[in-house]
Design a protein around this ligand. Structure first.
Ligand SMILES: [Zn+2]
Length: 203
């Protein structure tokens, strides 16, 4: 079969329309869908109950736009279901934000103090900074679950053609890989700091 618009949303829905439909079907009429500036700035805000989509996704009708809109809607569904990992991630965000900039500073101060106290100070910094790695690990099940929900909804909703599911899967699997890469990088960085501290102190 030949689809003249294969690769694009044949049904023609924009990301904003896909998100709106998914939210409404699930009784989330109270969640607003807004357009936001910035590339890859798509996110769901659990505090304000707002789903913000970048212009490309909000206005676009490609399988990528539909897939990302459905993924972000998946986060709203997690919020509705009180998905534990999302609650945990939301709860640790403020601490992680402080730890990610304060941790390295405390660590460096401890490192240059070169005494037992210095080691203790550096470990405190390391723990603060280590929260970023914890955050990146907690993010994985949250993101995987949102994509799983998006795929399940798009595959059965009639919002896109079955043939387009390949494209949706590719987009969402690629996004999942970037989160895995970010987690590996965060863990590697913490391990590097730990090695810097204990490797150096032992010599
Ligand atoms: Zn996500």
């Amino acid at each position: 079969m030949f689809f003249p618009l294969f690769g694009y949303g044949y049904v023609g829905l924009t990301g904003a329309e896909v998100a709106r439909r998914i939210l409404d079907i699930n009784g989330l009429n109270n969640v607003q869908v807004e357009e936001t500036n910035g590339f890859l700035s798509d996110h769901y805000d659990p505090q304000k109950k707002v789903l913000r989509l970048s212009s490309d996704v909000y206005r676009g009708n490609s399988v990528a736009a539909n897939g990302i809109a459905a993924h972000e809607s998946g986060h709203a569904l997690q919020d509705k279901d009180a998905f534990g990992m999302l609650k945990l991630r939301t709860a640790i965000v403020p601490t992680v934000q402080i730890g990610s900039w304060l941790g390295p500073i405390i660590f460096m101060i401890g490192l240059f103090m070169s005494s037992t106290l210095g080691t203790q100070v550096a470990v405190v910094g390391l723990v603060f900074f280590g929260l970023t790695a914890v955050f990146s690990l907690v993010t994985l099940p949250v993101e995987f679950d949102a994509s799983r929900r998006a795929k399940a909804i798009l595959a059965t909703s009639g919002m896109i053609y079955n043939q387009e599911m390949d494209g949706v899967n590719k987009v969402l699997d690629a996004a999942a890989l970037t989160y895995v890469a970010a987690a590996i990088q965060a863990i590697t960085t913490v391990l590097y700091y730990a090695f810097l501290l204990f490797g150096r102190r032992r010599n």
